[in-house]
Design a protein around this ligand. Structure first.
Ligand code: UT7
Length: 329
């Protein structure tokens, strides 16, 4: 029997209705459209409004539509990897809450926390369960309600983040299509530059932590930018080299959407033309775990069977990685 590979067989995404424009942000903090556009490439982002809604609620419409497109029921899913930095609650896992919401009664799952690299880590992890033959349908979800941890008084962070979700279904493939290779990295030395100061077991929530605004994402943007540019480009170049790929062999680069300047640096290092680089940052900003699957969803119609696709991401932790896959449909 031929080797089993893990192919993406369906993708879908969801972005909430509310559009937070640069114009509206410039009424909230000291900033302007020109600064945000030239420094990041972002024009607007989506925000999930309404009481009692979390990351799992972004995932429900995305996955329901994915299942409809694939023509299967939720009960057929074996496993859910829910990649998020903004879980519905500290415990239990959002994967559980979400499985219950969509009726995935036969699935087990867990949350994967790798900040902006989460979806790449999740695809690489899910692929292993398909490759062993143990599972037939693994759902990898990337969802974040970043607006729940963004400080809208901090102009250096509030301008980049937005809310959204994207999901991909992995199934066995016998033609060599799907995930070919991945390189995943992490380095805890990056913690001081991007983290949330309170709310964990080290510093539980208290009046003091709330007064000090420590339940928001803290980022030293310049340092993160420097590491992101170098590491995302390096890991993308490394996966090309070890798979003997030149720029011309790549059909699409799907980069994490944190800053247009980081995307441009990665594409240039890979020697890939602009027309092959997927960018939607101007409409969604940085949706953390959702950036890459939102891109897959929006470009799905342009992909062709056999296309070589490289994903690359960098995020808090630090975490970073790249993944090489052959599109399967
Ligand atoms: O998702 C994965 C991890 N995250 C990232 O990859 C994000 C990486 N970092 C970045 O994208 C950029 O660092 C930011 C977009 C966050 C910030 O851009 P920057 O070019 O690094 O700006 P900066 O923080 O170095 O600030 C430069 C100047 C400062 O003014 P002075 O000190 O030069 O007078 C800031 O106070 O720009 C000022 N500034 C702003 N001005 C207008 C910072 N934020 C704003 C703002 N509007 N929103």
């Amino acid at each position: 029997m031929s080797k089993i590979t893990a192919a993406i067989t369906a993708v879908h995404g969801y972005a909430p209705d509310y559009v937070l424009t640069n114009e509206e942000l410039s009424q909230m903090v000291e900033t302007n459209d020109e600064w945000i556009t030239t420094r990041t490439g972002i024009k607007e982002r989506r925000i999930l409004k309404g009481e009692g809604l979390g990351s799992s609620d972004l995932a429900v419409p995305a996955v329901n539509e994915l299942l409809r497109k694939r023509g299967i029921g939720a009960e057929e899913i074996d496993m859910i990897i829910f990649c998020t930095t903004t879980p519905d609650m500290p415990f239990p896992a959002t994967a559980n809450l979400f499985a219950h919401k969509i009726g995935a009664v036969n699935a087990w799952g867990f949350d994967l926390q790798a900040a902006c690299s989460g979806f790449v880590f999740g695809l690489a992890t899910g692929a292993q369960f398909i490759e062993t033959g143990k599972h037939k349908k693994v759902l990898v979800v990337g969802a974040d309600k970043m607006s729940s941890i963004v400080d809208y008084q901090d102009r250096a962070t509030c301008i980049i983040f937005g809310d959204g979700c994207g999901a991909a279904l992995l199934e066995p493939n016998y033609e060599g299509l799907g995930v070919v290779d991945s390189i995943l990295k992490s380095d805890g030395a990056g913690i001081p530059f991007l983290h949330m100061k309170a709310g964990g077991s080290v510093k539980p929530a208290s009046h003091e932590t709330i007064d000090a605004r420590e339940h928001y994402a803290y980022q030293e943007g310049k340092t993160v930018f420097k590491f992101a540019v170098t590491n995302m480009a390096n890991v993308a170049a490394e996966i090309m080299e070890r798979n003997n790929l030149q720029g011309d062999d790549i059909a699409w680069l799907v980069p994490h959407q944190a800053n247009k300047r980081i995307i441009d640096a990665t594409a240039s290092r890979m020697n890939i033309g602009e027309d092959k680089v997927i960018v939607n940052i101007e409409r969604y900003g940085n949706t953390t775990n959702a950036t890459i699957p939102l891109c897959l969803w929006e470009w799905e119609d342009k992909f062709k069977k056999g296309d070589n696709i490289i994903m690359a991401a960098f995020g808090g932790g630090f975490t970073w990685g790249s993944l090489y896959l052959k599109w399967a449909y």
